[in-house]
Design a protein around this ligand. Structure first.
Ligand code: PMP
Length: 353
């Protein structure tokens, strides 16, 4: 730390992203990316846009907003595009929390929530998940704080039903409830349908998972016009050109190829079910994940050992050191072939014991 670093950030522990190895020797199942490339239109439009990189992008993202709003079935002024959904989450902490209105989220969830809270000097409460890693909705009633819930949750992959989300919304009418739908497209119902009914709901989504665009950095907030207005105030006070030209173009392209996304999601769901069955047969315990990843532990080998042995065998998964989940690994669903390799590698690791 230099002697110039602001004292307000002295105790900040930054988020640790999953490993992004420079070589391609690994089967990469550690950061929940899609195993499928972006659609043809996404690539074509991004490439055309690259020819105009001497010009700033459209700060209003109007064509992209229109295409996305149409896809999710809301009006255009009810969406806001951001640089990954990480940015909309940070905007939500900035816009809807302060020293008097803190944040609340589960103790086991997306690790960036606590970092955003610290970054913005916001007090936060972490509510323990139940022993089976589910969220007890009753813990989130009348909190008087801004609520952040990933649905399905990460890294467990366990979803809440829309009626459970409604209970939380009804139980906190004077606070914003953020539902982070990074993994919604792998067999879950989106809370976007609840937006007309609840003026305290902000839904966030990402193009990093189901839409194969993690490298482009594109996320969205979806909410009432008033909430989107507030988030726009934050956006135009930080980075009006937050989405680059190629990402805007690729985003429009992938939305025009929506069937491609839907087919990929179907494929990933099928591969998830295949992998879950195969891992169970090998003696793994799994949470009931409805995301594009599984969360698994084995009763004979520690989570850390499985992570290391897989890495030695060319397969990267995500291990977290947090005490409560240290026996588990989060395994992204790749192609069927990749998952067959994972299963056979795990089989030989277990046989060698
Ligand atoms: N929310 C959750 C629950 C996530 O796991 C992630 C991915 N790391 C994000 C949000 C952010 O994704 P991105 O910034 O790529 O949209």
């Amino acid at each position: 730390m230099s002697r110039f670093f602001s004292s307000k950030y002295k105790n900040l522990t930054p988020y640790t992203p999953g490993e992004q190895p420079k070589d391609t020797q690994y089967i990469k199942l550690n950061t929940n990316e899609s195993p499928y490339p972006p659609s043809e239109k996404a690539i074509k439009y991004a490439s055309e846009a690259s020819e105009k990189l001497n010009l700033y992008p459209d700060p209003t993202c109007s064509a992209l907003h229109e295409a996305f709003a149409k896809t999710v079935g809301v009006e255009t002024d009810m969406v806001l595009a951001t640089n990954g959904s990480d940015e909309i989450l940070n905007f939500a902490f900035m816009a809807f929390c302060n020293e008097n209105c803190g944040a609340v989220f589960p103790d086991i969830t997306y690790g960036f929530y606590s970092v955003f809270a610290q970054l913005n000097n916001i007090p936060y409460e972490e509510i323990p998940l139940k022993d089976d890693f589910t969220i007890d909705v009753n813990d989130y009633i009348g909190k008087n704080k801004t609520i952040f819930i990933a649905n399905p949750n990460a890294p467990t992959g366990i979803p809440l039903s829309l009626s459970q989300i409604e209970e939380i919304l009804k139980g906190n009418p004077d606070n914003i409830v953020v539902i982070d739908e990074a993994y919604i497209d792998f067999g879950n119902d989106s809370a976007v349908s609840l937006i007309p009914k609840y003026d305290n709901l902000l839904v966030t989504q990402t193009f990093s998972k189901s839409r194969s665009m993690a490298g482009a950095r594109l996320g969205f907030g979806i909410a009432s016009k008033e909430i989107i207005n507030d988030l726009n105030t934050v956006k135009y006070s930080t980075n009006p050109y937050n989405i680059n030209k190629m990402t805007i173009a690729a985003g429009i392209g992938i939305l025009e190829d929506n069937d491609y996304t839907l087919n990929n999601c179907e494929e990933i769901i099928k591969t998830r079910e295949y992998t879950a069955d195969a891992l169970s047969s090998l003696g793994f315990t799994l949470t009931p994940s409805t995301a594009n990843f599984l969360f698994a532990k084995h009763n004979k080998i520690s989570g850390k050992e499985i992570y290391s042995e897989l890495k030695e065998n060319g397969i990267l998964v995500r291990h977290f050191d947090k005490e409560k989940i240290k026996e588990y690994n989060r395994i992204t669903i790749g192609t069927k072939e990749q998952m067959e390799t994972l299963v056979s590698t795990l089989k030989s690791i277990l046989e060698d014991r």
